[in-house]
Design a protein around this ligand. Structure first.
Ligand code: FMN
Length: 214
């Protein structure tokens, strides 16, 4: 395996990232890069690694989907009673990572999460396909379950419960979080491992832009 892994060596040469080219506002810069990722047909460009910490300081990472970017933050949706939901209730500071291999880019974001307003969560929930809405009711996310059959049974029970209703209500334990960022890092792969890294950090509510060594 070591020989195999050591042979994997990619040089990055597609693009550069200069201080003069980046937007002063990191959210605009992020949106520009997201548009590039979509245009490049990167697979699931809105998939991001979300890292949380539990009360013992142990980090936990998993993918979630970015669903909106608003003035007050980056929005994702999940089960509030999941492991990540419990961790976020205890420790709202998170980090997010996007890796868009096809365009040799990584974005790191750090910030603080807050639960979204109930009405915003309900509005998004309404836009989801009915079967996904039912899955939110059926799945006790992060809990141990006996089998696949048990999960499918829970889904069928949810389907039965809502079969006479035109709309499936949002479960009270399911909704969104908004991440208010205080740090962004935009990474562009460059030849010979001399990558470009541009960091934005908030100082007295002003974004300070700095280059970091690769
Ligand atoms: C591509 C992809 C997208 C995902 N999107 C979400 C999402 O938007 N929300 C969510 O709760 N879980 C999502 N998941 C599942 C999570 O990675 C994770 O398994 C789940 O949220 C439970 O995490 P937890 O036990 O740490 O709370 C996604 C997984 C993948 C691979």
């Amino acid at each position: 395996m070591k020989e195999y892994l050591n042979k994997l060596r990619k040089d990055y040469s597609m693009m550069a990232l200069n201080e003069a080219d980046v937007d002063k506002n990191p959210i605009v810069q992020f949106e520009n890069w997201m548009i590039d990722a979509v245009n490049a047909e990167v697979n699931e460009p809105n998939a991001m690694v979300l890292s949380t910490a539990d009360k013992n300081g142990h980090p936990h990472s998993r993918i979630v989907l970015l669903r909106n970017i608003q003035a007050h933050g980056f929005i994702f949706y999940t089960n509030y009673e999941s492991s990540k939901g419990v961790e976020l209730a205890q420790q709202p500071m998170i980090s997010i990572n996007f890796f868009w291999a096809d365009i040799e880019r990584q974005v790191r974001i750090e910030g603080k999460t807050e639960k979204l307003h109930l009405l915003e969560s309900s509005e998004y929930y309404k836009s989801r396909p009915r079967e996904n809405q039912l899955s939110a009711w059926a799945s006790p996310q992060s809990k141990v379950i006996g089998s696949r059959t048990e999960l499918e049974q829970l889904w069928k029970e949810a389907e039965k419960k809502w079969k006479n209703e035109v709309e499936v209500e949002r479960p009270p334990f399911w909704g969104g979080y908004s991440v208010k960022p205080h740090m962004f890092e935009f990474w562009q792969g460059r030849p010979g491992r001399l990558h470009d890294r541009i960091r934005y950090r908030l100082e007295n509510e002003v974004w300070v832009i700095e280059r970091l060594a690769p």
